[in-house]
Design a protein around this ligand. Structure first.
Ligand SMILES: Nc1nc2c(ncn2[C@@H]2O[C@H](COP(=O)(O)OP(=O)(O)OP(=O)(O)O)[C@@H](O)[C@H]2O)c(=O)[nH]1
Ligand SMILES: [Mg+2]
Length: 863
């Protein structure tokens, strides 16, 4: 039916160029292309990397991979053409002497729909210095000799490719006369077209094209019999030497045997016997990612070339029929539509997917949406109501949505009671089904974007980034990188009330240079001012004499609803008026000053109040701008539904030195810190399941909770440490987190140091057996004393939590001691989190490589 770019037709080559340069050879790859042209009048020049195009199908792939939108219609038309001076266009800076794609209106005959040509201009003199360029030699007698950069030739690639290409060319015989052009002095037609074949022939060929190309699949071999470090060629065992794996059968080879086993690797890392076979799909993510071993063995250019072939050669591409969209396997045409649309799915693998044509939401069958791709693509059949396995009784475009999506709607302030059906379009406009007006636009709301970032919900690729919080912000970058996908490690930060999670979150933002957005800054400013007025009210409450009626009124109002910011808003609508004058007056008041001096006697006044009260007048001004310290010390965090999220990476430390692992500064590895307030997790933490894809759960405990109490909604008083323990138990035993890593952060160590001297730890029933032994022997780290009491208390609490964790999960708990207000302790803890994931990856890789028959990844894959 439809062929995209079916064949490669050697078009021309010339011995000399216009400047008489003997080495300048022009060569064209012509590809048949059917469809209306993007622009009928002007030839469309689309740069394409010809280095990746040894075969026509690969060219088609290259077009797809380079994300060029090419309309496709039938029928295929072949035509004769006298050719134009296509190659006279200026050089393409991006690819050096490489190629370009022209789409051009046919010159005569309505039966010609269009022609696409990839013209490869080749300047041998130039390209011999440009790495990885493949082309034809200009020798008259050797017109089909395919040559590569020197390094590639070392590996006989030129020969292999030459054979491959020779056969391509001979298969095209009768269509194009290559020889005729060879050796002609002047520029000759870049592309030669054949006669329009008879309709019979067309239909026959079209039929051929209907079937998607299916390459044979080789059953995975399990060649190692569980023997670690075995090379499948020399049969020698060396556990410590790197091995390279065949991407088809999984056979492993040591560096000595690799070249013999894999040859010149025209399709990437495959045993010679596996060439022409489909890759093992579990290895798709590693396609084109060079291993350390290959990098060591080959020159840079050669390794690049092999990786490029591995990524782009036809046989390694996805087969359309292995991808099912809304219960219907794709045909080649649909796969091309899908991959060449403006926002194609990332990491497309064989499998079942759902696609909501109206909004562009795209996801794996039975799962929440993973991406927003282009809407209105002609793919698959109607979306099923249960496509994403939602259980919320809320519907978007006829699909029952998942819990994270429900949160997103709630974050947008949308009421979701009564099983509503919403209609959401590609630009995020939403309306209730049956109603004729748009209620709003999802993507315009900062809170929605934050919730999406935190819950791994997709955002459209063109929405702006809310303060560095958009997980999709690198969409363009990653699109252009084709298969190289960014690795994101997710940390979920959670803890009981006042355990310091928002302080840690803000500290991380400051540490890793993630800017606060204007919105956030404005909210924080209002919050700081509101808090300040609350502190003042607490001071006034503690004060016996009031000088004016106004202040009496203040106290009366405050006494009605102590501590609620809603009431305070009524008294001091923050940032809507200037209060510095009143505050200044108040500050001068002797009675007030007397109260201020005794502020430590007021239990309702938080410690941090001092920090702000000392600058009360400045902060109450309209033009006050909070500095980083103010933001850090501010109580609370501005977030939606208690969720905040940021993306960051670890800067290199001076002491990291050469020992740092390779991925240290790999921009492809980034981290996301998601902070969620425990009150947002619902009864029995039921909402935790939305965080199923986090890699590490960081649980924060305030070390000072042991003698503090809180009153729940039923008026029951509970020790805060016990409440924190309960929450910890709920989280670590939550089924969603069954195989997650946990890092316990014991926070507010500075406050523990003070408190433990006054209040015994045994105040908390869980710590009743804390009996610090006063030993007569000096501690090795502390020559004069025992370890400080706070230190011992910290260890004791850490062990309590470790034992608890072990008894509940049978696993090991990692613990870190921090002081939320001290940046370096937070940095250390988060880097510790990174190490935990790294160890896990290493252990995982080793065990997968050596013991599992499921998946064998190259041992040392780095991008
Ligand atoms: N001295 C000291 N104060 C801290 C430390 N960590 C947090 N705080 C203070 O403790 C209070 C509570 O910290 P938050 O970060 O707001 O705690 P939270 O987990 O967000 O608590 P919620 O607001 O209930 O969610 C704030 O006033 C912080 O400034 C610390 O390590 N040392
Ligand atoms: Mg807070």
């Amino acid at each position: 039916m439809v062929s995209v770019l079916r064949s490669i037709l050697p078009g021309s080559s010339s011995k000399t160029d216009d400047h008489g340069d003997d080495y300048n050879v022009e060569y064209s790859f012509a590809m048949e292309y059917t469809g209306p042209l993007v622009n009928d009048d002007i030839p469309q020049v689309i740069p394409i990397d010809v280095r990746k195009i040894p075969t026509a199908a690969m060219a088609a792939r290259a077009v797809i991979l380079n994300n060029l939108s090419l309309p496709i219609i039938q029928p295929i038309v072949k035509s004769d053409h006298s050719g134009k001076k296509l190659s006279e266009e200026s050089n393409l800076g991006k690819f050096g002497s490489s190629g370009r794609v022209y789409s051009r209106k046919p010159e005569n005959g309505s039966d010609r729909e269009g022609v696409l040509e990839i013209v490869h201009e080749l300047d041998r003199a130039k390209s011999s210095t440009s790495s990885g360029t493949l082309g034809f030699s200009n020798s008259q007698n050797d017109s089909n000799h395919f040559w590569g950069s020197e390094d590639v030739e070392d590996l006989n690639i030129s020969k292999l490719e030459s054979e491959e290409l020779s056969s391509e060319i001979s298969s095209c015989e009768g269509r194009v006369d290559v020889g005729n052009h060879v050796g002609q002095g002047n520029r000759i037609p870049a592309v030669t077209f054949c006669d329009l074949p008879s309709s019979d022939a067309t239909s026959e060929e079209s039929d051929d094209q209907e079937e998607p190309e299916i390459f044979p699949q080789k059953p995975r071999a399990f060649p190692n019999d569980g023997r670690k470090g075995l090379c499948n060629k020399c049969q020698k065992i060396n556990r410590f030497s790197d091995k390279e794996f065949c991407i088809v059968c999984g056979a492993k080879y040591c560096s000595k045997c690799l070249i013999r086993a894999m040859g010149s690797m025209p399709e990437g890392r495959k045993c010679i016997t596996c060439i022409g076979y489909r890759i093992d799909e579990s290895k798709r993510a590693s396609l084109g990612k060079c291993s350390r071993m290959l990098k060591r063995m080959l020159t840079n250019d050669t390794a690049k070339q092999i990786m490029s072939n591995e990524r782009s050669c036809e046989v390694n591409q996805l087969s359309p029929h292995l991808i099912c969209v809304n219960d219907k396997p794709l045909c080649l045409e649909e796969l091309v539509i899908l991959q060449s649309c403006k926002n194609p799915p990332k990491k497309l693998r064989p499998g079942n997917y759902w696609y909501d044509k109206v909004s562009g939401f795209w996801g794996k069958e039975g799962q929440k949406p993973s991406q927003i791709i282009s809407a209105q693509l002609a793919l698959g059949s109607q979306i099923r109501e249960d496509a994403s396995n939602g259980d919320t009784k809320v519907y978007i475009n006829n699909r029952e949505i998942t819990k994270p999506e429900l949160w997103m709607l709630k974050a947008a302030g949308i009421h979701c009671e009564g099983e509503p059906h919403f209609w959401v379009t590609a630009d995020g406009s939403y309306q209730l089904e049956g109603m004729n007006y748009v209620m709003g636009k999802l993507w315009e709301k900062t809170t929605v974007r934050i919730v999406c970032a935190a819950l791994s919900l997709p955002l459209p690729s063109d929405t702006s980034n809310p303060g560095g919080e958009d997980v999709d912000k690198d969409t363009d970058k990653s699109n252009s990188k084709n298969l190289e996908q960014k690795t994101m490690n997710k940390f979920l930060l959670v803890g009981f009330d006042q355990s310091g999670t928002s302080t840690i979150f803000k500290q991380a933002k400051i540490l890793y240079d993630v800017p606060f957005s204007e919105d956030e800054k404005q909210n924080i400013k209002c919050m700081i001012q509101r808090n300040l007025y609350r502190y003042i009210c607490i001071l006034l409450e503690g004060h016996e004499h009031f000088e004016t009626e106004y202040l009496i009124e203040l106290r009366r109002q405050h006494a009605d609803e102590p501590g609620t910011s809603g009431n305070l808003d009524a008294i001091f609508p923050a940032a809507t008026r200037e209060y510095s004058h009143q505050v200044e007056e108040l500050w001068k008041d002797k009675a007030f000053q007397a109260t201020y001096k005794r502020r430590n006697e007021l239990p309702m006044l938080p410690r941090v109040a001092n920090y702000f009260l000392d600058r009360a007048v400045e902060i109450s001004r309209m033009d006050y701008e909070p500095c980083q310290m103010d933001i850090l010390y501010a109580e609370g965090i501005t977030s939606s539904n208690g969720i905040a999220s940021m993306e960051f990476s670890f800067p290199k430390l001076p002491q990291d030195g050469y020992m740092e692992p390779l991925d240290q500064n790999d921009p492809l590895i980034s981290y996301q810190l998601i902070r969620v307030h425990s009150s947002s997790l619902g009864e029995n933490c039921k909402w935790l399941e939305m965080f199923e894809d986090v890699d590490l759960v960081i649980y924060s405990v305030s070390l000072t909770d042991y003698d503090e109490y809180y009153e729940d909604i039923n008026g029951v008083c509970t020790n805060k440490m016990m409440a924190s323990k309960k929450l910890f138990e709920n989280i670590v035993t939550h089924p969603t987190f069954a195989d997650k890593h946990f890092l316990l952060i014991l926070n507010k160590f500075d406050l523990l140091e003070e408190k433990i001297e006054q209040v015994p730890l045994a105040q908390c029933e869980w710590f009743h057996d804390f009996k610090p032994v006063i030993s007569g022997h000096p501690h090795k780290n502390n020559s004069n004393n025992n370890p400080p009491l706070a230190q011992r208390a910290f260890h004791y609490i850490a062990v309590k939590f470790k034992r608890l964790f072990d008894s509940l999960t049978g696993q090991k708990l990692f613990v870190s001691r921090v002081t939320g207000l001290e940046a370096d302790t937070i940095d250390t803890a988060l880097r510790y989190g990174r190490e935990i994931l790294k160890w896990d990856n290493e252990i995982h890789t080793i065990s997968m490589n050596e013991f599992s028959s499921e998946s064998i990844e190259p041992s040392t894959t780095s991008a």
